[in-house]
Ligand binder design. Sequence first.
Ligand code: BGC
Length: 779
Amino acid sequence: MEIKEVLQKMTLKEKIELCSGKDTWTTKAFEQYGIPSLFMCDGPSGLRKQEKKNATDMLGVNDSRKATCFPLAVTNASSWDEELMQQLGKAIGQEAKDQKVGMVLGPGVNIKRNPLCGRNFEYFSEDPYLAGKIAAGFIKGIESEGVACSMKHFACNSQENDRLNNDGIIDERTLREIYLKAFEIAVKEAKPSTLMSSYPKINGVHSSDNKMLLNDILREEWGFDGLVVTDWGGMNDRIAAMKAGNDLMMPGGSDYMEKELIKAVEEGRLSEEDIDKCAGRVIKLAIKEAEVLKEEYVADYKSHHKLAVKIAEGGAVLLKNEDNVLPTTVDNKTLVVGYMAKDIRYQGAGSSHVNPMDLRQPIEFLSDCKYVEGCNENGDTSEEMLKEIAIEASKSEKVIVFAGLPPKYESEGFDRDNMLMPAGHIRMIEEAAKNNSNVIVVLMCGSAVECDWADKVKAILYMGLAGEGSAEAIYNLVTGKANPSGRLSESWPYKYNDCVSASYYDKTKDALYMEGIYVGYRYYDKAEKAVRWPFGYGLSYTEFDYENLSINGNEVSFEVINTGDKEGSEVVQLYVENHDVSAYRPVRELKHFTKVFLKPNERKTIKFTLIDDDFSIWDKGNKVIGGDYLIRIGKNSREFDLQETFHVVGATIEQCDDWYSNCKGNLTQQEWEEKFNISYHEVKPVKGQYTMDNSIVEMMDSSLFMKIMYKAVEKVISKGFGGKADYDDPNFRMMINASAGGPLRLMHISGGTKNGLLEGVLEIANGHFFKGIATMIKG
Ligand code: BGC
């Protein structure tokens, strides 16, 4: 039966019901119309299929079925390898078919705006071009298996604190050039079947209801013809959402706004056609995936583990290698230090959490070495442990220290407090360096950390969060069986305060995008600020040289040569630099890249085609800006081997002499407001005017009833943590933030609270006790 015919047969109520899920992971089946149920689950680095009844959740707290835990986005992006990403996506697609999952939630394409975002490990880059290309590879891979890939979170989900109810205040150019660009590239190149809207508001409009974003830009401008699903509990107003084309509300199981939708159609405020469009898209995808999953499929988990190792190797970044201390032998003259060597940090916490198929520990591969624990699982050390390090390090030829961020430091659901590693890890490294001159640090964390200790050690190998194959990959990289070829996908500043947004990120509930387009290297370069390691940076065990640049028409051509004595891969990066220094524009931007594998003495010709987009800015549309550009080819965003001037015919760019022309000095809110014609005042919720958009946390200062509710929520959540309100446990923190910190309506959508109860609660919080009780009784 044609979808059109099905829709004609269904009642309005049925169509509305179809547009919200059945439970945490499935949509409703309507067998009488031949509509099957669609099963979906996370994830961006491996499946998280929860199968136990009543033990499902959106935060990765309950168990899931085993699946390959691939490296996380942080490591994937550092590979700068679109082809490898396709292999990764394909493998996840195959496991999805094996586990009967029709729709995979991921990858996360949000921009790493600030190093403290708790979920940076799940995002690709500070650069939209790199993020978009890596995402496109990943999506093509999943979709090539017929499985639907839901890239997320559209858009502006670059902080975890107050993620469920913050408002992103952002100017149009920044939105387009930075925060939408990666999505645009991936939508146009990879054509994902689905996309997930985000939690936060953008300039006052909830993403779920945002017609400009979901319809005008996504569907009409970019040609997206798939299904849009809300983030879990991210629905606001279903009437506006239907008009905007946010087709499916998840999780399911509630009757949130069903009556209001019917009434809106009856009163002519919403057309049945809009509902048909949304329901039609749910039907189309559910039927397609049922067809894909009809056949039994057995995934090759063993080969996927090998792929996970390969990606971890390809994404590992060699940050330092003095005296070529790496690669090295690992024997009984080698000391291994750190709790993480026996319990590796290989993935993040939250919805991306995977129950790994085959996890091994570094110590299993380093069994010939001496080992001291050095610290506990939280990174705390003791005088006794440090003494042991000192004694053993002084007796060894070299020391490999495993350090980084233990799990409680970064997670979905909250941002990091600072950019520091645990004091215990730093003391471990310093103690080893005091007693041994050959210290190698293997670093595991999902985003940049301050590395004041870097000058004291010989080598640093940054793994990001490298999945279940971390241990093998580390062994192969340290011993030279593999050659590191990852490059940083975000800049590493010396200090957190060097970040442009350090003084205001997370300081207000709302996200004020005051730095505009100056994110990551776009800021550091413009402000001429030194960084510890720049965007695009990474070393190799071999050397590469570049020669013979020529530009013919729009075609850039040059050669890369492996001049060292080992085979290896180079990431070739092309940046476009604008000479017009007083223009409001970054100094340079990444426009093309590729990864090439070369044997010693081998050379390859690389060709890139320059396109209009390389020279455009957003000014009520993409506008090519004319002038002389430097086309720069190099190893990272600050080191160039070849360059040539290229003249472009186009419009002139507006000159300015404010902060945005040089990024020097302090950026003030007033300057930002004047520049973009923004007038921002934090709206503090006031008793008497609380709405469903406010959270228990926001209301509890002025409402005794909300204080009691907070305690009740805390108690319920504590039950899952041995009766303890353990704010040190990332899962506990995440859950409390998602419930007491989320808008009240979430309790209806995700918590199943029925009509009337929440309205009554809200009345009471607003000071109308008896009215509240009456509302509850009536409801
Ligand atoms: C996360 C999403 C995830 C969803 C389902 C949400 O809390 O933000 O990324 O896909 O839960 O687990």
